[in-house]
Design a binder for this molecule. Sequence first.
Ligand code: NAP
Length: 257
Amino acid sequence: MIQDLFNLSGRVALVTGGSKGIGKAIARGFAEAGADVAIASRHEGELKQAAAEIGSGLNVRVEYRVVDMTVRSEVQQLADWAGQTLGKVDILVNNAGSNQPQLLKDTTEEVWDRILELNFTSCMLISRALIPGMMERKWGRILQLSSVMGLASNPGRGLYSGTKAALIGMTRAHALELGPYGITVNCLAPGPVATDLPMNLLSPEQKQRFAERTAVKRWGQPVDMVGPALMLCSEAGAFITGYVLLADGGLLCRTFD
Ligand SMILES: NC(=O)c1ccc[n+]([C@@H]2O[C@H](COP(=O)([O-])OP(=O)(O)OC[C@H]3O[C@@H](n4cnc5c(N)ncnc54)[C@H](OP(=O)(O)O)[C@@H]3O)[C@@H](O)[C@H]2O)c1
């Protein structure tokens, strides 16, 4: 049956940063597809509320853990906890991420190290911790939240773009390493999606410009990321690996106006 391609019953997914925005939407989508789900971020109140929403009306387990992905010991503890609490992790969505724009001349090493650790290094660390189980079971899915900013950029976005481009390079290497074990590794590269992250950073004029630059003339919503993520993390995506799926409303179709 065609639905079986997208069915996640019996699978366990860990979505980092699943307390809001894109991660929460993907976690809910995976739960609706039948997966047990774990989410992790820094604020317990938001996690608790999100876990209730993700599991609402569904017969799946939803667990959460407070974690700061910039603290390496906590990343390892998250992997151990997820395996112990839900039995295994089949699907890892490296979604937790942030952006603190700085021009090159003003770049501080504190911000550089923190965003690099969160957006890039933590994705390697949690992947490394979880692949032994996936390799043993000969099935796994790793999805990195890259960005259109990994393929193009703007002034002040050197660090953010650098981390999102780095995820693309790492994804290709890991896809080659893990393919023989039935594990796919892909990037989802969203365009502008209306979440706290861009909404807190951009001016009203910038928000309008972003929407105008897309082909579909609107901001994406977190739910727009669910279908692409589900395809890449289910049987439907079994032959897709090392790939960068743009979900940007056509933003990068355009050359200069
Ligand atoms: N929205 C967009 O337009 C867009 C476009 C392209 C790519 N992306 C990428 O998509 C991903 C999700 O973004 P979003 O827009 O959904 O952002 P968001 O609404 O701000 O959500 C970010 C999530 O990451 C968590 N997080 C942040 N810092 C963390 C840390 N140090 N440790 C653990 N968790 C942390 C946040 O929770 P706490 O703050 O409570 O920890 C939250 O759950 C990011 O990787 C982002 O770069 C977004």
